[in-house]
Design a protein around this ligand. Structure first.
Ligand code: FES
Ligand code: FES
Length: 156
């Protein structure tokens, strides 16, 4: 065990962990932010997606040691009032079904739009292909990403 300083949603959190503890465990159990979900634990489903230095990563597959000193953003830190364009589009299009995969989907979508403000269907399919939805909300996810892109550009 050792002490690590994680920068989560702009705040520094000291945690006691072994260096190889998955970041997902630290976020949920030590920092106490449970919006990031555990799905497969093996980087296959995307439920645990967070941003590390602005990039979408699978937090089950990154160690606490690797994450130390980097900027980690979870779904709780994506916006102040659930008003990120992706969140607004998700609500407008009513994307979630059971909701379990959705924080991971939203984090992947937000990272995509930060990099590509006007993604094509192919860009969306590529960026979102690692986020599995057992409820099959893919069509609405794609529509909501296009809608969020429109909102980001200032369209109503
Ligand atoms: S829990 Fe991390 S990708 Fe599935
Ligand atoms: S909304 Fe149920 S798993 Fe995606």
């Amino acid at each position: 065990m050792a002490t690590f300083a994680l920068i989560v949603n702009g705040k520094t959190c000291q945690i006691d962990a072994s260096p190889d503890m998955p970041l997902l465990w630290a976020i949920r159990e030590q920092v106490g932010l449970t919006g990031t979900k555990f799905g497969c634990g093996a980087a296959h489903c995307g439920a645990c997606t967070v941003h590390v230095d602005g990039k979408a990563v699978r937090s089950c597959n990154v160690s606490v040691l690797e994450a130390t000193g980097k900027r980690i953003t979870t779904i709780e830190g994506l916006s102040d009032r659930t008003d990120h364009p992706v969140q607004k589009a998700w609500i407008e299009i009513d994307v979630p079904q059971c909701g379990y995969c959705q924080s991971g989907q939203i984090m992947s979508a937000a990272a995509l739009l930060a990099e590509k403000p006007s993604p094509t269907d192919a860009d969306i399919d590529r960026a979102m292909s690692g986020n599995i939805c057992r409820c099959g909300t893919y069509t609405r996810i794609r529509a909501a990403i296009h809608r969020a892109a429109q909102m980001k550009k200032g369209g109503a």
